[in-house]
Structure formats: C-alpha cells, structure tokens
Ligand binder design. Sequence first.
Ligand SMILES: [Zn+2]
Length: 183
Amino acid sequence: MLLCLVLLTTEVSLLERNNLWAPWRINYIQGLDKTTGCFICNNRDDPKKDDENLVLWRTDKSIVVLNRYPYNNGHLLIAPLRHIPDLDQAGDDELLEMTKLVRESQKALSLAIHPHGFNVGMNFGRCAGAGLPGHLHIHVVPRWNGDTNFMSVCGNADVISQSLIELLALLRQASKDHALPAL
Ligand SMILES: [Zn+2]
C-alpha cells in the first residue's frame, strides 16, 4: 500500500511538471556565442526591418518582439529601448511601461490565438536561462492545456518560422482593432 502511494505520488508529480520541450531552441543556444551585438538593440535601430525582425510594437520606452526561437507559439519579448541588464538600472517609467505591455501583450495574444494561460517572467544571468543577459527583457509565453505533449511531438523549427510571420500579422490586426500599441 505504501509502495502504491509512493508510486502514485511520483506519477502525479511527474504529470504536474509543466516544462515545455522546445527542441528548435538548440539552433539559438548553439549560436549564442557566434552572434555579434544585441539583437534587441539591432532591432531597435533598424525600424525598416520590423517585419523581418518580427517587431510587434514600439512604444516611448520599449520594444516588443516575437521570439524567433519560442518556447511556445506566440512567445513575446518586452524590452526597454535602453540596453540595460538589470532592473536596478531601469527607471520607474520604464518599469511601468513594461508592466503595462505585459497586460497589452496578454490581451493581443488572447484576441489573436486564444491561449488558456500564460507564463510571464524574467531570467537574469546565463546560468538562469537568459539567452541575452545584457538586455533586460520580459518573456510572455502563451500556454494551452496539453501544449507540452503537442509541442514535444510536433515542434519543428521550420513550422515555427512559418507561423511566426502569420502570427505577427494576426497580432498586428488585433492591436489595430482594439487600440493596443503599434509600431
Ligand atoms: Zn541591447
């Protein structure tokens, strides 16, 4: 009986683990040391390439981009325009704007692709998972019931790349229709 309980408990805890398996991110992780400069700063400074760079919104102090190597469909990054690594360096105005953009991002994603939930978070330092440790950013990752199973079976870098372009268009349309931020 005790053994059964232990097994049951182990199985439940495994089922409750909800980490996303995103194998296409290996391209990104392997390329980290080869990239030159900061892609958020590069995007910020090159508005003519907003489509190509998957930039969704530009606001007074921030930029919002679709993550090219997403943990899940619709993974957005919200960053201050200034290249600063930590919250310590961010002004209250930047923090307020980024927090509002979390709210607006959730709204746009909800309208466009109807997720069941979200993960919102920040990583500091490469050991903590920050792919771009020099430039502060907030992750907004849409989640769907059962998405871990779906993504591990169907995840594919090419499929994601294609859907990113379509997704950008959907999010821009939702932003336009609902007076959300724009470029
Ligand atoms: Zn930067």
